[in-house]
Design a protein around this ligand. Structure first.
Ligand code: ADP
Length: 492
């Protein structure tokens, strides 16, 4: 244990054990002493340090500044100074120090020596440098991202959970201007000239941004923006939630794609299909009427009668196709209206089966009917439901090989009617099942075997069933057969 005897000794002890490097420096720069902290910092023993000048342990680039301050102090213009400077370690590497210097003078003012204290700040300095570098890289990344987000033709907005905008690109700002000509003040979710696909004005809680900011995710939601129908744009909006490190909801990203041209083209297509189908119907009805008159006249030679028969069958197919197209156009317009009446579905099924039976027999197929004895009354559109049956039965006949069997089953469920059409036909590969109900979709087998069709039958089935609030599904095994199941509520 060191015994403390006086002020000077106490001072020495403090200096020796101080974590701050301390040295006495002669006015000419010679290092007169060094404590342990300074030796550790620079990699010399105290004896070695005593052989050096402070100029020798200073990084050459920082020397001039230190000398200037030193001269000012010697000249009496200041009594001390502080400086952040670089030192050279014995092995050559740079050490960053925070230097404080005070000049000690004797009673008549002659400089005796400088007392220098040097705090090793290398770690802090390196940390600060790394921080600057990281922040520079982040900044560059941010600017790249900004340039990318701004260069895309899609409106992009990032929202915080309070519906405030965190990021928006230029395209988004243009869209906002169209929807909110009076401005929005940095907040999303304000009602403006925003409309649903069918033209009804969207209320605040229905806006894509409001829904996204409350955590909902969606794809390709169609909205219209702008008050003037002439300049109105149609947008497809998608939203994704953003989550924090702990999984908490921390905002949402919205992307707005302008689909105005596409929507216009689609509606022009629907319009075209509707007009054409309508215009085709009138002459076809006349053709069919006259063909029937010719056939009924009975005085045709057999060969001619056969040819009239062929023409009649083809004209009938054409009429069915036109009717399907017209229906599809109405469906895509959202104009499929039902005329519901209380009807006996058992009777409807029996009629449909009797109508297809001759065709089925010609194709070498048998039809089984399993229908309840008592009437099964439902509040449905009879004509449309008949169409569902005709399409399903027609497909069962088309897609079953001779010798096969078709079974039609009708069941009363709690509040619905269930109809199934089962065949022992060619079936549908598993990867195609999900697509059967799409408009104009034709299965690979249908195309390969050249079975005629336009790919509309099942899409019509689905639209009619869904308009009734019902569901349709299918189970199928290639080579074994298929079961199409329709379930519609008995009351709307
Ligand atoms: P289309 O019969 O005119 O091709 P649909 O919309 O009625 O159009 O049917 C779509 C596709 O579903 C058909 O092309 C066919 O591949 C498949 N499909 C429909 N019904 C059956 C069935 N009963 N058995 C096997 N495949 C079927």
């Amino acid at each position: 244990m060191t015994e403390v005897t006086g002020g000077e000794e106490l001072w020495q002890l403090t200096v020796e054990h101080s974590p701050v490097g301390t040295t006495l420096v002669a006015p000419d720069g010679r290092l007169l002493s060094a404590n342990q902290a300074l030796c550790d910092m620079l990699g010399y023993t105290e004896d070695q340090i005593r052989e050096l000048t402070f100029q020798q342990i200073t990084h050459p680039d920082d020397l001039a500044e230190d000398l200037a301050l030193l001269d000012e102090t010697l000249a009496g213009r200041r009594t001390s100074y502080r400086l952040r400077k670089r030192y050279l370690h014995a092995d050559g590497h740079v050490v960053h120090g925070d230097l404080s210097v005070a000049l000690l003078r004797d009673t008549d003012g002659t400089p005796i020596h400088f007392i220098s204290q040097i705090l090793d700040v290398t770690e802090a300095q390196e940390y600060a440098e790394r921080l600057t570098e990281t922040s520079r890289a982040l900044d560059a990344q941010h600017r790249y991202l900004e340039a990318i987000v701004d260069s895309v033709d899609v409106g992009v907005a990032v929202l915080d959970p309070m519906r405030g905008y965190v990021v928006v690109n230029q395209r988004h700002m243009q869209l906002v201007e169209l929807a909110h000509p009076d401005g929005i003040d940095g907040m999303s979710g304000l009602p403006g000239d925003l409309f649903a696909e069918d033209g009804t004005r969207l209320e605040a809680h229905e806006l894509p941004s409001t829904r996204a900011a409350s955590g909902e995710e969606f794809d390709e939601l169609i909205i219209r923006i702008g008050a003037d129908p002439l300049t109105q744009r149609a947008l497809a909006v998608s939203a994704r939630s953003v989550h924090g490190a702990a999984g908490e909801f921390s905002g949402a990203v919205l992307a707005y794609t302008d689909v105005t041209e596409l929507v216009r083209a689609l509606s022009a297509k629907d319009q075209f299909v509707a007009t054409i189908s309508h215009e085709l119907r009138t002459p076809l009805t006349a053709v069919l009427g006259h063909l029937e008159l010719i056939a009924e006249s009975g005085d045709l030679p057999q060969e001619l009668a056969d040819r009239v028969g062929v023409v009649h069958r083809n004209a009938m197919r054409l009429r069915e196709l036109v009717a399907d197209l017209l229906l599809v156009a109405q469906m895509t317009d959202g104009r499929l209206r039902l005329t519901r009446l209380r009807i006996d579905v058992s009777e409807l099924v029996a009629d449909a089966v009797e109508a297809i039976r001759p065709t089925a027999q010609r194709a070498g197929l048998t039809i089984e009917v399993d229908v309840p004895e008592q009437p099964l009354v439902a509040h449905v559109d009879g004509n449309r439901l008949r169409q569902v049956l005709d399409n399903l039965l027609g497909n069962a006949v088309k897609y079953t090989e001779p010798g096969g069997e078709i079974t039609v089953r009708l069941r009363q469920r709690v509040a619905s009617t269930e109809l199934t059409v089962t065949d022992t036909g060619i079936g549908v590969p598993a990867d195609e099942v999900g697509q059967l109900f799409r408009q104009f979709y034709r299965g690979s087998q249908a195309a390969r075997r050249q079975i005629p069709g336009a790919g509309l039958g099942l899409s019509i089935v689905r639209s009619i069933v869904e308009a009734h609030g019902g569901v349709v599904d299918v189970r199928s095994t290639p080579g074994e057969g298929s079961t199409f199941r329709v379930e519609v509520p008995v009351a709307p």
